[in-house]
Design a protein. Structure first.
Lengths: 319, 346
């Protein structure tokens, strides 16, 4: 039994929101005429979220509930929901009613049109200007610049993915903000659409300004990792080039002085040897990196199914 | 979960017997037995000999012929207490797992208190209190636990106490090896289990004479390092190594720049400056640390599906009503077990 659509919603202390959210999702999805399921992920809530979600799951067999033992954060919650989802297309959204499930239809239409990832853009954001909007705009510009994936709103959780793509993307720590950037390893087609955004009705915001620092750090890590994962040897080779240059310079100078003035400086010779050693160890690290990559489960052929699928689909669209 | 006598076992008590064990194991067993009987639940005792213990041969035979529900597992060589615990756990049938040290730490009569304290918690660990011992030992212990609290953010008071009661799933989900048994509470609460410390009366026989050899201190220090890396490093290696590496690199780079300026502007000869060696070493060290972090991140990145950083309590899917066209789904699929490969890595 194949499902067309899975809606994955991480919930953390959203007792009041769950029911309205469920109703809104039904309203947004039922009219689409697709076989769907809703995967609610209770991220270790301390209020009655799990109880309410369980009641919903009991009353509606299309609803699946994944419960965490404690609070792990939004990315693990999404990862667990995505792992559990069985639909061909996976839509993720926030559990706090800030996203509008009425937009899911539009997301699906864009996937049908041949995109692999469709991200929402909260163009009319209902948040405080200085603490939320401005930092977010700067961060998004930076993320787009660094990762080369031009998305205006990475923080928007309302996104749709092809399951075969998103299930291959490693999701850990606080990576959910960067899924499009992470997915760029697979070379997907990404589209962005405007989505509605509502001000928070219940509960309180779980994020503050403090996350900016973490986002920046994550960004650096992702940039590095995404560009280097597939070719560790090359990357480490590049890293070792300046070392090699410094070593050549220092050792060359030593040899030169030794030949011309028949004396040499111990510190310059030592420096040369140090840099040479570093070059060698970096290259060795590159070799180890190749080994790790080889043993890992993130190789290109994992995505080859996706590419072929796309080719067929692309041809169909062009007709 | 029934044994040969047909009654089900509720509590499995595992006693790992390492190099250090009570001179009279039978007396120790008798004391534990009394405590276990007092709980009133059917129990079994599993004794795991960590490596051959020829000196205990006759004791073991008498134990096995006593008619009690006792199993003895003998490991081929010394694997460490945590491995012994896991070996015992694989034979355990009880709903509650009790680990007991092979030497006197708490009074046997206190076991009931510990098991009762388990209640809503997943793991209850004993804390010997009031505690006897010299002032030096007390400070040493405090230092260890303070350091550990610093590193892990969790304050425990007596991790050396081998008396712990836990629900089955704690050991099912945590991979222990080597000497990690001591940090079971730390690791358990890290993956979301509720841990309680229970004050238990110390056994009058719990005396460790002669202090620890220096080797033991080195081991404890290494243990703290292990936990530090397990807790801090395994999730985001590049955050940790990258930060340290970049800092070191920058210090070295600034030093080199200064030396170069000195040479170019002030004509200070570079050749006889040891600072050049130091700065280039710093640059190289920073680079190496960064490279290590990158490798770590690569491991996590390419194995993210094996290294799940969350634990699922349960997945709830209710079957569809009969009128629906879809076939019914299993009502309650249990939380997925850690994959086989994951177990092997750990």
């Amino acid at each position: 039994m194949a499902l067309d659509l899975s809606v994955v919603v991480p919930l953390f202390n959203e007792e009041e929101s769950v029911r309205p959210l469920y109703a809104a999702i039904l309203e947004g999805v039922e009219c689409l005429g697709v076989a769907f399921e809703i995967v609610l992920v209770d991220d270790g809530s301390r209020d009655g979220t799990a109880r309410v979600a369980d009641e919903i799951a009991r009353s509606d067999s299309r609803v699946c509930l994944v419960r965490f033992r404690r609070n792990y954060g939004q990315t693990p919650a999404m990862a667990a929901g995505i792992a559990e989802a069985r639909g061909e297309i996976i839509v993720t959204m926030d559990g706090d009613l800030q996203n509008d499930p009425a937009d899911i239809g539009e997301l699906l239409a864009r996937i049908e049109a041949g995109n692999d990832i469709v991200v929402g853009w909260r163009h009319d954001r209902q948040d405080k200007l200085w603490t939320r909007k401005v930092p977010s705009r700067i961060a998004n510009a930076l993320i787009a610049k660094v990762t080369g994936v031009p998305i205006r709103d990475n923080g928007c959780s309302l996104k749709a993915y092809r399951a075969c793509l998103i299930k291959q993307i490693p999701l850990y720590s606080e990576m959910h903000r960067f899924i499009p950037a992470m997915a760029s390893i697979a070379g997907p087609r990404i589209a962005e659409i405007r989505v509605r955004h509502h001000a928070r009705r219940y509960g309180s915001s779980k994020y503050g300004l403090s996350r900016v620092y973490k986002v920046l750090l994550d960004l650096m890590v992702i940039k590095t990792v995404a560009s280097f994962t597939a070719r560790p040897m090359l990357w480490f080779g590049i890293l070792s080039l300046p070392m090699l240059a410094a070593a050549t310079l220092a050792l060359g100078w030593t040899v030169f002085t030794l030949c011309v003035q028949s004396r040499m400086s111990l510190s310059i010779a030592g420096t040369g040897v140090i840099f040479l050693t570093s070059t060698v160890t970096l290259l060795a690290a590159g070799a180890i990196g190749e080994l790790i990559y080889k043993l890992g489960d993130l190789r290109e052929h994992q995505f080859s199914g996706l590419t072929q699928h796309l080719l067929v689909r692309g041809a169909a669209v062009d007709d | 979960m029934t044994d040969s006598t047909g009654t089900s076992v509720e509590i499995s008590a595992i006693i790992p017997v390492g190099r250090r064990h009570a001179p009279d194991v039978l007396a120790l067993y008798a004391e534990y037995k009394e405590g276990l009987e007092a709980i009133g639940l059917p129990y079994e005792v599993i004794m795991v000999l960590d490596g051959p213990r020829p000196e205990m041969g006759s004791d073991v035979r008498r134990l096995l012929s006593s008619g009690d529900r006792v199993a003895v597992i003998s490991l081929t060589r010394n694997f460490g207490e945590a491995t012994a615990l896991i070996a015992g756990f694989q034979r355990a049938a009880g709903r509650i797992i009790l680990t007991l040290p092979a030497y006197h730490q708490v009074r046997g009569s206190e076991l009931g208190k510990l098991v009762r304290a388990l209640g809503a918690a997943d793991l209850a660990i004993g804390q010997r209190w009031p505690r006897v011992g010299t002032r030096f030992e007390k400070y040493r212990r405090q230092l260890f636990h303070r350091l550990l609290a610093r590193v892990t953010g969790q304050r425990f008071h007596d991790l050396g106490c081998g008396v712990r009661a836990m629900k089955r799933r704690v050991l099912e989900e945590i991979n222990l090896y080597g000497d990690q048994h001591r940090f079971l509470p730390v690791l358990a609460s890290r993956v979301g289990f509720k841990v309680r410390e229970v004050e238990l009366h110390q056994s009058p026989l719990d005396r460790f004479e002669g202090g620890y050899p220096p080797r033991e201190y080195v081991r404890r220090a290494l243990d703290i390092c292990t936990v530090f890396f397990l807790v801090r490093f395994t999730k985001r290696p590049l955050r940790f190594f990258g930060l340290v590496g970049v800092t070191t690199f920058l210090v070295g780079a600034v030093l080199i720049t200064w030396l170069a300026l000195d040479r170019l502007v002030f004509r200070q000869p570079l050749a006889d400056r040891p600072a050049l060696l130091l700065s280039s070493l710093l640059v190289v060290l920073g680079m190496q640390l960064f490279a290590l972090g990158l490798l770590g991140e690569l491991i996590i990145f390419t194995h993210a599906r094996d290294i799940k950083d969350y634990q699922i309590e349960e997945v709830v899917r209710y079957p569809a009503p009969l009128c629906a066209a879809e076939p019914p789904r299993p009502a309650l699929s249990p939380a997925p077990k850690p994959s086989e490969s994951q177990r092997h890595i750990a």
